[in-house]
Design a protein around this ligand. Structure first.
Ligand code: UDP
Length: 365
């Protein structure tokens, strides 16, 4: 029996690991797949709701490490995870995404000579001010197996000198979860609960430090939402970081009633809201991919994207941090000029199965 530990810490990680856990079930007589939750995101709305809705079993290990600076968080996860690795001696560690838990767990594992598989390897924004970009570059460099979601990821890794034998273009596990839960997403009653109609609202999320950690930028975002909400109501499920900053910067009075502020929403309802929105405006990574898959127009309010395929093939438009331009573009789309997109190769609901097959044959080699 081989033992594998997957390490998750934050909301997008849970969505990526759920299909991998399900795919391992077909090997349950030969692979023991365990889950370690670092605790980076810990409250019900950012964490346990995803375990419940995505049918991920209760974590086998909970490190309980939330909060703190980047260095504190990374170091504390490493110290706690090292103890688990020494005790469990797994044959492999899987890390999805680009959060501090991803880097902390991969670094701890390689130093103990435990092979690491990185799910969602090769993404690059080429913006080293983003903490996620540092986590991606370093995790890819030290991982044994690199599972890539899009062609650009393969090119990025090649340019960084990664051996072809480590790289696998397996597709997008984020889309696996979406495909798997689509029947439930289509049955969600969140629209009637909120009193909104299909195509008659905008969905928005903001949480990237480059947007929400600067008082003037956050103020401009809220003011542009106010302008945009003159067209259609905006549903704004707010990330805890953004909510705290709005309060700390004294910006509570900008948003009108037509911007409906909500707590973070569970996965099924959030995807239902995405699917039926006239438009999504965001700075999220995962949401760029989900809107492309569902053919929903998306405006990404960032200067770069590590997911260029969503702009090249999909429905995403990169507006930069020019908030006026973003809203102008939104008005253009809403006036009946949406971008048509196609679904990228490998975004077919079967990525996790391909990944797990490769891992199993690697471990048996
Ligand atoms: N999401 C959710 N509820 C919300 C906001 C987001 O379920 O209120 C889901 C959505 O599927 C999204 C994922 O969480 O793709 C990751 O979100 P986030 O924007 O936090 O992370 P990123 O992808 O930017 O790292």
């Amino acid at each position: 029996m081989k033992k594998i530990i997957s390490v998750v810490g934050a909301r997008p990680n849970f969505i990526k690991i759920a299909p991998i856990h399900k795919a391992f079930l077909k090997y349950k007589s030969s692979i023991h797949h365990l889950i370690c939750h670092t605790g980076q995101h810990f409250d019900t709305k950012m964490s346990s709701v995803f375990f419940d809705e995505l049918e991920i079993p209760k974590p086998d290990f909970s490190l309980g490490i939330g909060g703190g600076s980047h260095a504190e968080q990374t170091a504390r996860i490493m110290m706690a995870f090292e103890k688990i690795l020494l005790q469990e001696k797994p044959d492999m560690v899987i890390v999805p995404g680009d959060v501090n838990s991803t880097l902390a767990a991969s670094l701890t594992a390689v130093k103990l000579h435990i092979p690491v598989a990185h799910v969602e390897a090769g993404l690059r924004s080429f913006d080293r001010d983003m903490p996620e970009e540092i986590n991606r570059i370093l995790t890819d460099e030290i991982s044994d197996l690199l599972f890539v979601t899009a062609k650009s990821g393969m090119e990025n890794l090649r340019k960084e000198g990664m051996a072809a034998s480590r790289m696998f273009f397996t597709g997008n596990v984020m889309i696996d979860s979406l495909v798997h839960y689509l029947p439930k997403i289509e049955q969600s009653d969140i629209l009637s609960t909120l009193g909104i109609k299909k195509q008659k609202y905008i969905l928005s999320t903001f949480h990237r430090p480059s947007n929400v950690d600067h008082p003037e930028r956050l103020q401009k975002i809220l003011e542009s939402m106010k302008r945009l909400a003159t067209s259609l109501p905006i549903i704004f499920p707010i990330h805890p970081r953004t909510r705290n900053n709005i309060k700390d910067f004294g910006l509570e009075n900008i948003l009108p009633d037509s911007v409906i502020l909500l707590e973070p929403i569970g996965y099924i309802d959030f995807l239902a809201l995405t699917k039926e929105a006239a438009l999504v405006m965001t700075d999220s990574g995962g949401i760029q991919e989900e809107t492309t898959f569902m053919g929903v127009p998306c405006i990404t309010v960032r200067n770069n994207t590590e997911r260029p395929i969503t702009c090249e093939a999909g429905t995403n438009f990169l507006a930069g941090q020019d908030y006026t331009k973003a809203v102008d573009k939104a008005f253009e789309i809403l006036s009946g000029n949406p971008k048509k997109g196609t679904i990228p190769k490998g975004w077919d609901g079967k990525a996790a199965s391909r990944i797990v097959d490769i891992i199993v044959s690697h471990l048996n080699a």
